[in-house]
Write a protein that binds this ligand. Structure first.
Ligand SMILES: Nc1nc2c(ncn2[C@@H]2O[C@H](COP(=O)(O)OP(=O)(O)OP(=O)(O)O)[C@@H](O)[C@H]2O)c(=O)[nH]1
Ligand SMILES: [Zn+2]
Length: 198
């Protein structure tokens, strides 16, 4: 989602996070009064609110704004939806792509709502498995399709910059409901997301 501006900073939250980030800056051995970092607590407080804005959003409510009756009942696939999240263990980024498919059951969803639902659940402290599950269940519950599938491929900074320091290990998670439990439907979806056709 390309937000030009994010104006939803809560003044009280900003002030509280500012104090905490100032402590962190001091805690790592930096001088919080140094010119280059004097405004950093406020910047970081705002960045953190931006990156966790999903907590204040209701995915079902947003999806329900764009559900339309339609008799199309073939697979709909939106692939390569970029996502950025924060791992709940280290609060370091993990990022990659989500691929979503569903088979309508009398109703279709506005296409932009699929990336929106990804962002709503990604902009929280997450693990990749729960992020996959949250997106899947939200679509299943709200749209009640014949089937829904979510695949997420991501790399985790906590495994790259620190810890095991592995630079080339990507993680794939997936979830399938309804028709996607059938092997041939699932295979069609996996084939579609691995093609280079755009
Ligand atoms: N399953 C899962 N694990 C994750 C995710 N993000 C981070 N982790 C892992 O969470 C685990 C936390 O393990 P701990 O042993 O408590 O933390 P740690 O000592 O910092 O672990 P290391 O990263 O191995 O140094 C690590 O194995 C991380 O790789 C995620 O999205 N899903
Ligand atoms: Zn982590």
């Amino acid at each position: 989602m390309a937000y030009k501006y994010f104006e939803e900073y809560n003044h009280k939250t900003t002030e509280k996070l500012k104090d905490n980030f100032r402590e962190i800056i001091q805690g790592v051995g930096e001088d919080p009064e140094r010119e280059g970092v004097v405004k950093t607590p406020e910047r970081a407080a705002k960045a953190m609110q931006f990156l966790t804005q999903g907590y204040a959003m209701d995915a079902e409510k947003i999806l329900k704004k764009a559900i339309f009756e339609e008799s199309y009942d073939e697979m709909v696939v939106v692939k390569d939806i970029e996502l950025y999240s924060l791992c709940e263990h280290h609060m370091l980024p993990f990022f990659g792509k989500a691929h979503i498919a569903y088979i309508p059951n009398g109703k279709i969803i506005g296409l932009s709502k699929l990336p929106r639902v990804v962002d709503i659940f990604a902009r929280r402290l997450q693990v990749q498995e729960r992020l996959t599950h949250d997106i899947l269940e939200c679509l299943n519950k709200t749209l009640k399709p014949q089937g829904v599938a979510v695949v997420i491929e991501a790399v985790h900074m906590c495994m790259m910059m620190r810890g095991v320091q592995k630079q080339n290990s990507a993680t794939t998670t997936s979830g399938f409901r309804g028709q996607f439990k059938k092997i041939e439907t699932r295979e069609e979806f996996l084939k579609l997301i691995s093609s280079d056709l755009r």
